[in-house]
Ligand binder design. Structure first.
Ligand code: ASP
Length: 345
């Protein structure tokens, strides 16, 4: 009888126990403040993770929350070093039985690249959700508190498992590979131009409509657990009357890979194309992406990639093409294999 009571008590506790979520704070406007509610001047990364959590007392009703400060920067100052630290910490936390999901507060400028880096380096099915804000914490109608409440709601939702790293912003759920910041100031800035959002989250009510199909998390071959740095990969932006000497500079200054943000379908100014071919001949990997903002860059389309030794980014944004090339170069130097990675991830 006593045994039965213990079993009943334990099952009752398990049934009504709240999930455990760790909020890792990195900075950004969501942790920013200004001197008045309508001030357009403000500073990112001025309030701590504890203050962010305290501003949303409703979180306690849905989850047990713990906070950790990873950095407190404007995400324009994001580094490979912080990415590695964040990925290792997330992997460490997700191995624990008492952690059910993770929310990462982040500046919006580089949020999508961090999300994709984690999507390719986290080895768990448990939900990892990135969130930011377009209005700082002192602002009138700040979007941070509801965005955080929604992000935690996504992190504790059973359907969020095994969907890769997610981004919850402005009532929408996006897949890490697809999401992009598309407007400098608007609260609906995050969009997934090639596929659309995969779900919605409305005052904590989570609904999914799609699931990502590209390889991520447990199906990804990239392992950063023993890495302290990543290969140097640079990005150059193509334009009419291009100044190709920038490429010459990169060739001479340690670049292991160059992401070309080409015109249209990744097209290049002739002088730039010549110098990028020279880069390839020196062992530097060159990936063609596009400045257009959506759509694939076609392999051997108007540009003959096979002849030039170039790789195409498929429909990855330039910032994410850089993330993938850095990780690819930790595995192989083979151009054909790296090309396949752009079609797999
Ligand atoms: N510059 C800020 C950042 O990325 C912008 C933001 O968070 O909205 O940290």
């Amino acid at each position: 009888m006593k045994k039965l009571l213990v079993v009943l008590a334990l099952s009752f506790t398990a049934l009504f126990a709240k999930p455990n979520v760790v909020i890792l704070a990195t900075g950004g406007t969501i942790a920013g403040s200004a001197s008045s509610q309508l001030d357009t001047a403000y500073t990112s990364g001025t309030i701590t993770v504890d203050a962010i959590i305290a501003a949303v007392p409703q979180l306690k009703d849905i989850a047990n929350i713990k906070g950790e400060q990873v950095s407190n920067i404007g995400s324009q100052a994001m580094t490979n070093e912080i990415w590695l630290k964040l990925s290792k910490r997330v992997n460490e936390l997700l191995k624990r039985k008492d952690v059910d999901g993770i929310v990462i507060t982040h500046g919006t400028d580089t949020l999508e690249a961090t999300a994709y880096f984690l999507d390719l380096t986290i080895k768990s099915d448990k939900p990892v959700v990135l969130v930011g804000a377009m209005r700082n914490s002192s602002s009138m109608s700040a979007d941070g508190p509801l965005n955080i409440y929604n992000a935690v709601s996504v992190a504790i939702n059973k359907e969020s498992k095994a969907k890769g790293v997610l981004v919850a912003m402005n009532d929408k759920i996006h897949a890490a590979r697809e999401v992009q910041k598309t407007n400098t100031t608007a609260v609906d800035t995050f969009q997934s131009p090639n596929t659309g959002a995969i779900g919605s989250v409305f005052y904590g009510n989570v609904k999914y409509y799609l699931a990502p199909v590209r390889a991520h998390t447990k199906k990804s071959e990239f392992d950063v657990s023993k890495l302290n740095e990543l290969p140097q990969v640079d990005i150059i932006y193509a334009h009419a009357n291009d100044n190709a000497s920038i490429i010459d500079y990169l060739i001479k200054n340690g670049s292991k890979g160059i992401i070309s943000v080409g015109m249209g379908n990744g097209s290049l100014y002739p002088d730039s194309q010549n110098l990028l071919e020279e880069a390839v001949s020196k062992g530097i990997k060159v990936v063609r992406s596009s400045r257009v903002g959506s759509g694939e860059v076609t392999l051997n389309g108007e540009t003959n990639d096979e002849k030039s030794g170039f790789i195409v980014a498929d429909n990855l944004s330039p910032a994410k093409a850089r993330v993938l090339l850095m990780l690819a170069l930790t595995k192989t130097n083979d151009t054909a294999k790296i090309q396949q990675m752009y079609f797999k991830y």
